[in-house]
Design a binder for this molecule. Structure first.
Ligand code: NAP
Length: 524
């Protein structure tokens, strides 16, 4: 699919001649998930491309080249790769701008001997949780200097002197080492985090939407300003996922990461199954208990889980993929009929994130999923989260814990603050490994589809149909469909259609599913 066709030559100010192989990507549609490519290592006199591992097609992308040298004569180049689309062909043009490393201020974030001064944005559920766990934890050298909030007249549990509505009281205060971003507005949070990193302040955030939507830029800012950004609290609350993937699974061959990443939807599904509550009643309960986001569609629509999946894919597999390229089907269309179907088949329905590696292809999506009784995820109830890792050597491992809530998330944030005291930062090891992974939507899925009107389903999208049931008020089919179709076609998100994943199919399973496929399709 990708062929090396273009040679781009560039002569820099130091009179070195650099030759890059760019790639022509055929049949590219920028609206579809694009597959990261690799520029390769180009052997040239005294130059090795060390860090050009992956590119994502965007209008502009910036990455580093380091000169490999035993004498550490390091030089950095900022390179913009511009996408040009000419009919159905696209190619990169590369512009290089050398910047000497020694012109960048080097910072040391190992702060073990000093007391960290924190500037916190947000004093809601997580902000107050952080204050609570910090005040009860001995041995963490950190004090809260200032807290920036939005509404000055709200009643607070701390002295008024702590609070401000002026961000620059934190961002422009040279005494503050660490900015802790815990607000519920991802756009405002983006500007706060960007400015903090640019000003050389370490940042801790729990905001998965902000991080997932700006991952590439945040990677760049961390490198450019040599300021760490940690965000353990953004994925599965109190369960240590990110640092585990970075450190423990550094060299094991992970084949899949899946799990329940959203506490409020799990709470709702647990209440629907175990107590027979209606969806709306269960949602209200989750919101009252502080498990749900201010905007419920973020949770019930599977967006929150998808943002967490994006972050996880980077640390698990070294894959950078934008959220809009990942399918998320939420739980808002599920009915008691679906829950009843699951129970009759000895399963429960959970909103599960899936990141699956087959060869070098990685498929990823969020979907309600039938979970069987021998799957550890079946015992993850209420606001709890669970994550399953499968790898070549350690086989299956399961982590569970509180995925949301004031103190659990506050404790994950505090763990990041603590990590800063010993100079910890993410190295994004998988991203820099030489293995190239590719985002793929060519994954065949076996799904249960309940519908009201059969004309609302695009039947030609199905590869096979193995079961069909129709009655006055309950219709469903079981069939196989490619992930790509579900991502592209609007019918999959129709309010009157409910889709639940039965299984992820291997390619060769297709023939075996239904020998009478043609007849079944015709009958529909
Ligand atoms: N809740 C959880 O269990 C949980 C779990 C994991 C991650 N998170 C993430 O943590 C973050 C915070 O969530 P939360 O549940 O703590 O939210 P929250 O309870 O709604 O609190 C939001 C806080 O942000 C403040 N705020 C909003 N916009 C602001 C702005 N522009 N400048 C300064 N302060 C601003 C609000 O100020 P006022 O007090 O003046 O209104 C409030 O204190 C979100 O990104 C969320 O996704 C939450």
């Amino acid at each position: 699919m990708c062929q090396q066709k273009e040679k781009v030559q560039y002569k820099n100010k130091d009179k070195y001649l650099y030759t890059f192989l760019s790639r022509k990507v055929e049949g590219l549609d920028p609206m579809k998930p694009w597959q990261p490519t690799h520029l390769g290592k180009v052997p040239l006199p005294s130059l090795t491309l060390l860090e050009i591992d992956k590119l994502q097609i965007r209008t502009s992308y910036t990455f580093y080249i380091k000169r490999s040298s035993s004498t550490c004569l390091e030089e950095r180049f900022f390179v913009d790769a511009h996408l040009k689309k000419i009919d159905f062909l696209a190619f990169f043009s590369i512009k290089m701008e050398p910047i000497l490393l020694n012109t960048l201020e080097k910072k040391n974030y190992s702060m073990s001997n000093k007391i960290l001064k924190l500037g916190i944005f947000g004093f809601g559920c997580v902000g107050q949780g952080l204050h609570n766990v910090l005040s009860k934890t001995k041995g963490i050298n950190a004090t809260i200097e200032k807290i920036c909030i939005k509404h000055p007249n709200k009643k607070r549990s701390l002295d008024a002197a702590y609070f401000t509505t002026n961000p620059s009281e934190i961002l422009d205060n040279p005494e503050i080492d660490v900015v802790v971003e815990l607000i519920d507005d991802s756009e405002a949070a983006y500007h706060i985090v960007k400015e903090a990193l640019t000003k050389g302040k370490a940042v801790v955030s729990a905001n998965k939407k902000l991080i997932a939507e700006h991952l590439e830029e945040l990677l760049f800012l961390q490198s450019k300003y040599e300021t760490p950004l940690l965000y353990e609290g953004s994925v599965c609350g109190s369960i240590p996922v990110i640092r585990n993937l970075e450190e423990y699974y550094d060299n094991d061959l992970l084949s899949s990461v899946s799990g329940i990443f959203n506490g409020s939807t799990n709470y709702i599904l647990s209440k629907m199954k175990n107590e027979g509550l209606d969806f709306e009643v269960a949602l209200k309960e989750a919101q009252d208990k502080g498990f749900a986001e201010s905007d419920p569609i973020l949770d019930v629509g599977g967006f929150d889980a998808k943002y967490k999946l994006c972050i996880t894919l980077l640390h698990a597999f070294g894959l950078l993929v934008r959220p809009e390229n990942i399918l998320n089907i939420g739980i808002q269309n599920l009915s008691d009929q679906d829950v009843h179907y699951a129970t009759q088949n000895h399963k429960s329905i959970k909103l599960v994130v899936h990141g699956q590696k087959q060869g070098q292809d990685i498929s990823a999506f969020v979907m309600p999923t039938f979970v069987s009784s021998d799957n550890p995820l079946t015992n993850v109830h209420n606001e709890f989260n669970g994550i399953l890792m499968e790898s070549a050597f350690a086989n299956q491992q399961f982590f569970g814990g509180k995925g949301a809530g004031s103190d659990p998330t506050g404790s994950a944030v505090l763990s990041d603050i603590s990590a800063l005291t010993y100079g910890y930062k993410y190295e994004y090891k998988k991203l820099h490994q030489s293995t190239i992974v590719t985002y793929s939507t060519q994954q065949l899925l076996e799904v249960y589809v309940r519908y009201q009107d059969k004309n609302t389903v695009q039947w030609e999208d199905f590869e096979t149909i193995s079961q069909r049931f129709e009655s006055k008020d309950y219709n469903y089919v079981i069939g196989s469909v490619y992930l790509e179709k579900l991502l592209q076609e609007e019918w999959a998100l129709n309010d009157h259609i409910s889709i639940v994943l039965k299984s992820i199919l291997e390619g060769e399973t297709l023939d075996a599913i239904d020998s009478n496929n043609a007849a079944a399709l015709a009958a529909v």
